[in-house]
Design a binder for this molecule. Structure first.
Ligand code: HEC
Length: 109
């Protein structure tokens, strides 16, 4: 029994530190660019010209997004997760890491 408890807490510890690492890991813009391939059907990355959705060049410098919210990291992530108004919801379709990488990429536009 004692062994079992030790094993369980070791596993918990491992998972705990993995989660910590994931949190510390900065987004990878290069990987984000690959993930953005699937967004390109609807979004320009190199202009603000509208395709299906708004062009995302300079997104984080825009006054506000189409939904009237400021383009903060939190609001942009919420838009990606929830979609709406013609934008698909990516909450279940992308992993947390992929979303983090996407945000890092969007910041370079
Ligand atoms: C089927 C077309 C479509 C796809 C695919 C799509 N989007 Fe969108 N997106 C839209 C539309 C339409 C809007 C405008 C929604 C609104 O009016 O609030 C939007 C809005 C946005 C916004 C807010 C921009 C602004 O200025 O309002 C962001 C950021 C965004 N999308 C990112 C993404 C990312 C990242 C992906 C890929 C993971 C993606 N979108 C895939 C159609 C799409």
């Amino acid at each position: 029994m004692k062994l079992l408890v030790t094993a369980a807490s070791t596993v918990a510890l491992l998972f705990g530190s993995a989660a910590l690492f994931a949190q510390d890991k900065p987004g990878d813009a290069k990987k984000g660019e690959e993930t953005f391939e699937q967004c390109k059907v609807c979004h320009n990355a190199d202009s603000t010209e509208k395709k299906m959705g708004p062009g995302l060049k300079g997104l984080f410098t825009h006054e506000k997004m189409a939904n009237d919210k400021k383009p903060t990291e939190e609001n942009v992530l919420a838009k990606i997760n929830e979609g709406g108004n013609g934008m698909p919801a990516y909450n279940e379709m992308l992993s947390d890491d992929e979303k983090k990488d996407l945000l890092a990429y969007l910041k370079t536009l």
